[in-house]
Design a protein around this ligand. Structure first.
Ligand code: ATP
Ligand code: FE2
Length: 335
């Protein structure tokens, strides 16, 4: 393959440019995330943010890795799923760069990119993926040439649930890391902590999950006087146990032995530890990529673009419309 691949990520709150060299080597991305101080993320405000930072961020990536657009080999972008206005900013930049430099355009599936960067960084072969991010919570594995969703959230993504809970108590986005710190503080203060009095609803529904009831019940616990640290700990224990339970069943059903974590919530050390324990009990293994590749990043988009281009797949201009509802299993695995 000639030249390096640029990857553009813009599905939600983050604009990120990443790069993969022609030999497949992944380079850390240049990333900028909108962090509203009040309220959640408005798609159009996020899109405006992405437009504002786009130029400087690309320059930053090029300078950081001494890359030049003159030997660009292709431009990959997140085609979906995500927020329409945000996706359109990334797609617009990608089309313009590909046209200006006369290189192939490659529209990729954001969820599949989370899987592939994990597979390559962790050297996994055929894992069950536990994909836990703000907008998505899915248990996925490869069957008959596609990544199939074996179980997923029926309401909100686990990360959105954590963010909403944190926001109720004055902690701005992203709430997940704040909850992790408070949960750890609870365990430091109470090494023999139990869940007595901190029980929350069961979040597993067959092979699916549901998190909004968990959040409402956790908010009510704090309002009834339970310490915030203790509820953060209980919320993590219940929500992560649900994900690990579904992932374990997916491993049993599919007969696979590797578990791979992906998505922003996979930054959480407690979740990583629970997955390690579960996989060990099944005589399997659990893997998690470096945290810079768990959160949304342009490198994973570049890496999937590199794989797809290597398999001969590119995206013509008239196929390059964004698809906010793109499903994980809509993308054939051609590589
Ligand atoms: P997607 O488009 O895949 O849904 P996303 O837009 O939600 O992704 P990510 O960067 O994958 O973006 O994930 C962000 C989420 O990860 C936020 O909800 C954030 O609170 C959560 N998160 C980040 N770090 C941690 C952590 N240490 N513990 C728990 N959650 C975390
Ligand atoms: Fe993501």
């Amino acid at each position: 393959m000639d030249g390096w691949i640029l990857g553009l990520e813009s599905t939600a709150h983050t604009l990120s440019y990443g790069a993969v060299l022609s030999n497949g080597q992944a380079l850390p991305a240049a990333t900028d995330t909108i962090r509203p101080t009040v309220g959640g993320i408005h798609p159009r405000e996020a899109a405006d943010h992405h437009r504002d930072v786009a130029d400087n961020l690309l320059t930053k990536l090029l300078e950081q890795h001494e890359l030049s657009l003159s030997n660009l080999g292709g431009v990959a972008f997140s085609q979906g799923p995500g927020m329409g206005p945000c996706l359109q900013v990334g797609a617009g930049i990608a089309r313009a760069l590909a046209a200006a430099h006369e290189v192939p355009l490659i529209g990729v599936n954001h969820c599949v990119a989370h899987i592939e960067i994990g597979r390559s960084e962790c050297d996994c072969d055929d894992p069950v993926l536990l994909y836990v991010s703000g907008g998505n919570t899915q248990v996925i594995t490869r069957l008959d040439g596609r990544y199939r969703v074996l179980g997923e959230t029926l309401d909100i993504g686990i990360g959105n649930m954590l963010d909403k809970f944190a926001r109720k108590f004055g902690h701005p986005f992203p709430g997940g890391p704040v909850i992790e710190q408070h949960a750890r503080a609870h365990l430091d203060a109470h090494p023999n902590a139990t869940l007595d009095g901190l029980e929350l609803p069961y979040a597993v529904r067959g092979m699916d999950m549901a998190f909004s009831g968990l959040m409402t019940a956790a908010v009510a616990l704090v309002q009834k006087g339970a310490p915030f640290d203790a509820v953060c700990w209980s919320l993590q224990e219940h929500a992560f146990a649900a994900c690990v339970e579904v992932a374990e069943r997916a491993m049993a059903h599919s007969g696979k032995h590797e578990l791979l974590l992906g998505g922003g919530v996979a930054c959480n050390q407690r979740l990583r530890d629970m997955c390690t324990i579960m996989a060990k009990e099944r005589e399997g293994s659990s893997h998690a990529p470096p945290r810079i590749y768990c959160i949304d990043n342009g490198t994973m988009i570049a890496q999937l673009g590199w794989l797809e281009l290597g398999a001969g797949r590119t995206t013509s201009l008239n196929e390059s419309a964004v698809d906010p509802g793109l499903r994980t299993d809509a993308t054939p695995i051609a590589w």
